[in-house]
Design a binder for this molecule. Structure first.
Ligand code: WTA
Length: 635
């Protein structure tokens, strides 16, 4: 029996009340629907001080038996994955549950044959092709911990991530097709691997046909290995609290951290949230446009939909190739019913004009979703009117890499919507708003910092190799609470509206970046003394990146230096972190204790240089005039 779906607003309120009164029996009931090799002893043990969080303790399972084996008898011939290639002229693929099971078993054997063991960390750096899904699931099947790195990240970023969790195997491809461009992935991986002695095997998929150099003893071809591998593989027995995967994400300080998710709780929450938020039905065709390199792809392209036995669409390309009608073309081609994308994509497509939507019927669509950043009202209405034709509820889903699954969101067709509101917490989720001192803010019509006061099954367990950092980042700002880093309003109806990050994290086109991380990349440029990065409102990206840079020698050719800085950032992090604006300055506004006053830099970047407020505490107030005069945006 599958997880029971909430069917009405009344049921939502009932379930919500139950989840608060008796969380253990609430979650035990959800977990009963899965295939466990051994049932758990306790549903939950937790404290947010440690933090120590355990769900379904001593339960044994393998998540892939729940994604695959469990569906074979009833729907082995149903399509599990539809794959739409980058080039619309290339043939699509449809992979049934039976075939997917076979491919995953086969690749599990490939991994074993190449020395992989339970508990190993395996890095996956691949294009959006079906083999990526096979690889992720095969890791889970053999009990290895996958760490997927988005294929747009640079060699340095890839190496940092491999080193941090000491991976012994890398899975990659010769190249990636992205719109009209091609990226030589293997060459980037080779550069990274020069710094990664722990990698013993690199299994390389042929995708673009690029010429690559294969290092004897280390590099092997995917197709050669697959040809040698057996077709059956018994899933490894995992403890509910064993690590399932690591996913690196940016924070306000230092290098990205490896967020760790565990097998049992993540599994239960992924299916539970998928079914309820989208109000999934068996004949749905579901498409999430994210990349599997991000948490959205993990939870809502692979695990959630496959656990539910759904048909999930995987798209290799980009929204604007060959033209800005591609998403809608794909929706019509496969009669997509549930469509889940990011506000930045919606705004970008809207900006190309409605003529790119007009040729498509879009009448298969039933539910639309949004994720990754606040959706502004204008984009919400366009999405609602032009794509949903006023007939499709929009689920504005708020969540994070750390939360593993959607925590605050409408349930499609059940929750009354309000544009730009994530609305209400799912049953089992207990948000709390606090002021800057950590005092709870009760009642409605209020605003504060968004925390969670009770655990949910798919929450992060630690940050890999550094539990103290997990504690400091999420559990120390407000005692006894998980702090999200987001600001949030609760309106008169008790509806939640996320207002954006309150820390030094910015959300650029739905991608999370730390300002400190971008600064340290800029500072790698040989002529840069110091830099400060802030976000500013950007029509398409949501938040743009504005960098203030102090150079050693004042350059004659600012444009050339800007370009070099962009290249440096691309090399260190990847193109997603390139600043939109670079302003050269001779000093930064600092307090007497040397702290940069980012408030001032933000105001200037936002074009509100006339609203700087008190600058008297600055060490040298004159730098402010120079910064104002050189501002790259006008008020
Ligand atoms: C932001 C993405 C407003 C938020 C799943 C959060 C959102 C960060 C929404 C996490 C939303 C995500 N409305 N803001 N519906 N969804 N965010 O880890 O600031 O890449 O903290 O996870 O994105 O980004 P992450």
């Amino acid at each position: 029996m599958a997880i029971q779906k909430i069917n009405s607003l009344e049921e939502y309120h009932e379930q919500y009340a139950k989840s608060v009164q008796d969380p253990e029996s609430f979650w035990a009931e959800k977990a009963e629907s899965f295939k466990w090799k051994q049932k758990w002893d306790n549903v939950l043990e937790w404290d947010f001080e440690g933090p120590n969080i355990g769900w379904f303790l001593n339960g044994k399972l393998n998540i892939t038996e729940n994604c695959l084996d469990r569906h074979l008898e009833t729907q082995g011939d149903k399509t599990a994955i539809i794959w739409e290639p980058n080039d619309p002229n290339e043939k699509e693929k449809r992979i049934t549950y039976k075939e997917l099971h076979e491919e995953v078993c086969r690749f599990s054997n490939v991994l074993k044959n190449n020395g992989a063991k339970k508990g190993d960390r395996i890095c996956i750096y691949m294009p959006m092709v079906p083999e990526l899904a096979y690889a992720v699931l095969a890791c889970a099947r053999i009990g290895a911990i996958h760490s997927v790195v988005f294929a747009g990240f640079s060699a340095t970023s890839l190496a940092d991530r491999i080193i941090d969790c000491t991976c012994n195997i890398l899975l990659t491809a010769d190249g990636v097709f992205r719109g009209s461009k091609q990226v030589p992935l293997k060459a980037i991986a080779d550069e990274a691997l020069e710094k990664c002695p722990t990698i013993e095997k690199n299994i390389v998929l042929k995708r673009t046909g690029f010429e690559v150099t294969m290092k004897e003893g280390r590099d092997v071809w995917w197709h050669d290995e697959v040809a040698k591998a057996d077709l059956s593989f018994d899933a490894e027995t995992m403890d509910a609290e064993d690590m399932l995967f690591i996913l690196y994400t940016s924070g306000s300080t230092g290098k990205p951290k490896g967020v760790v998710h565990s097998c049992g709780g993540y599994m239960v929450y992924a299916e539970y949230s998928f079914r309820n938020v989208f109000q999934y039905k068996d004949d749905d065709i579901y498409w999430c446009t994210a990349d599997i390199g991000w948490i959205t792809g993990h939870s809502y392209i692979i695990y959630g939909p496959l656990l539910a036995g759904a048909t999930t669409l995987m798209f290799e390309g980009i929204p604007t190739y060959p033209d800005a009608g591609r998403f809608w073309d794909v929706c019509d081609k496969y009669k997509v019913t549930l469509f889940y994308t990011a506000p930045t994509a919606i705004r970008a497509l809207q900006s190309f004009g409605d003529e790119h939507v007009a040729p498509y019927s879009l009448d298969s669509l039933r539910v639309l979703g949004s994720v990754g950043e606040p959706i502004n009202e204008e984009a919400w209405h366009w999405y609602n009117d032009k794509i949903g034709k006023g007939n499709c509820p929009i689920v504005d889903t708020w969540w994070q890499t750390e939360t593993g699954g959607i925590l605050i969101s409408p349930l499609a067709g059940i929750t009354k919507l309000k544009p730009s509101f994530a609305t209400l917490p799912l049953p089992g989720v207990q948000p709390l708003l606090v002021d800057n001192e950590g005092n709870p803010i009760e009642g409605n019509g209020v605003e504060g910092n968004l925390c969670m006061k009770f655990p949910w099954p798919s929450m992060l367990r630690t940050t890999y190799g550094d539990h103290e950092r997990c504690k400091q980042t999420y559990f120390s700002t407000y005692k006894g609470l998980y702090f999200t880093g987001d600001g949030c309003k609760r309106d008169e109806d008790g509806y939640y509206r996320i207002t954006g990050r309150v820390d030094d994290v910015i959300n650029v086109s739905g991608h999370r970046l730390g300002t400190a991380e971008i600064e340290s990349a800029i500072n790698e440029h040989e002529n840069v003394v110091e830099s400060a990065v802030v976000g500013y409102p950007h029509d398409i990206k949501g938040t743009g990146i504005y960098a203030y840079v102090i150079s050693y020698n004042k350059t004659e050719d600012e444009e050339a230096e800007r370009k070099q800085i962009l290249d440096t950032v691309t090399k260190i992090i990847g193109p997603i972190a390139k600043p939109d604006q670079i302003q050269f300055v001779s000093g930064l506004p600092k307090t007497r204790s040397g702290k940069i006053m980012r408030r001032i830099l933000r105001k200037v970047a936002e074009g509100e240089a006339d609203k700087l407020g008190d600058t008297s505490t600055l060490l040298d107030p004159s730098v402010v005039d120079e910064i104002k005069n050189g501002a790259l945006v006008n008020a």
